[in-house]
Design a protein around this ligand. Sequence first.
Ligand SMILES: CC(=O)SCCNC(=O)CCNC(=O)[C@H](O)C(C)(C)COP(=O)(O)OP(=O)(O)OC[C@H]1O[C@@H](n2cnc3c(N)ncnc32)[C@H](O)[C@@H]1OP(=O)(O)O
Ligand SMILES: O=C([O-])CC(=O)C(=O)O
Length: 379
Amino acid sequence: MTTTAIAKGLEGVLFTETKLTFINGTEGILTHLGIPIQEWAENSTFEELSLALLSGHLPTTAELEAFDAKLKANRAVPQELLESIKSYPRGINPMQALRTAVSHLGLFDQQSEETTAEARMEISVRLIAQMSTLIAAINRAQQGLEPVTPRTDLTHAGNFLYMLKNEEPTPEQSKLFDIALVLHVDHGMNASTFTAIATASTLSDQYSTAVSAIGALKGPLHGGANEAVMDMLDEIGTPDKAADFITAKLDAKEKIMGVGHRVYKYFDPRSRVLRDYAAHVAEKEGKSHYYQILEVIEKTVIDRLASRGIYPNVDFYSGTVYSDLGIAKEYFTPIFALARISGWCASVNEYERDNRLLRPDAVYSGAVDAHYVKIEDRK
Ligand SMILES: CC(=O)SCCNC(=O)CCNC(=O)[C@H](O)C(C)(C)COP(=O)(O)OP(=O)(O)OC[C@H]1O[C@@H](n2cnc3c(N)ncnc32)[C@H](O)[C@@H]1OP(=O)(O)O
Ligand SMILES: O=C([O-])CC(=O)C(=O)O
């Protein structure tokens, strides 16, 4: 069946069914397994949401404990890989490093070429567990520091912060970071999940799907926007300059990073949760410089763009939360990958249960009835 109507950017195209995530973009609703994102953020953990999406149901205590134990047991990565990470050039984009490291990780996994449902599930657990160790090791290696051995007595979020700083985070820091991870775990058929599924649809392996997805997430129109927001805040400098800066950008028809969404034509509910946490920190510890600038930007953007359905998205406030945790902005997008690996794996595994090769089409608008002209005869 072929249609000649072009859906630019595949907007509104339905290519599969899913039971994992639902989004109502007009009302700003996001649910996983039918449960609102606010409830997941308030009550759950990264580990529980990851397992819920991988298994398709809310886990029992025994199931969650077994999954958590498996994640913990799989945190370490091969020493050769850590040595290789230390040899990466300094100053590289950490997403480049992560893409390379995840690909390299696959070389050590004896199951990496297996594509059965069972193998995909086993590899998913390892990918979820080890992504964290890789990102922390990249962060430290780029500063000339030795990687920190993962601990098995900390949560996924707490252990990541520990490996980053070689210092145990406070329970509040771990909880805040865990909530940020929960908010980023899955989001329907976003560009990186779609990319992962496209790769898996060729019956390629789970490491290849993760590597493709990391590449797709890296761009500033997708996961890379959280870092771009911080670049913008640094460029603005002080809150009093924010309104004029944004107005000038919009007058010049430039995009504001962390704003707008293909699906949400109202507030992204994740941005509201993150804003509330950022506001809470601001109230407790005094308004950070970044938070004050974001407040002005949000107001200016809503005044100018809300009538067109353009509102802050998840990337708008996430950076202030990470920056409050002392994380450098270059690591905001890798942290997005740290959370989204669960969503990628869950979506790929779900799609692979009833796989069909993804292969859309294009309307041909090039030359017709042309003939080959020898190079010496060309004008
Ligand atoms: C985790 C995530 O991936 S969330 C998204 C993260 N990305 C960003 O924050 C980058 C900035 N935002 C954007 O580029 C866009 O909003 C996208 C790509 C995310 C989605 O938007 P789309 O629905 O594809 O809209 P598209 O890019 O086609 O723009 C449609 C119109 O809205 C305007 N618009 C969209 N986003 C913005 C923005 N952030 N700032 C200003 N104008 C915008 C466009 O300029 C365009 O205007 P025009 O019709 O006058 O030419
Ligand atoms: O759904 C999208 O297009 C982008 C997004 O918000 C996400 O991946 O979290």
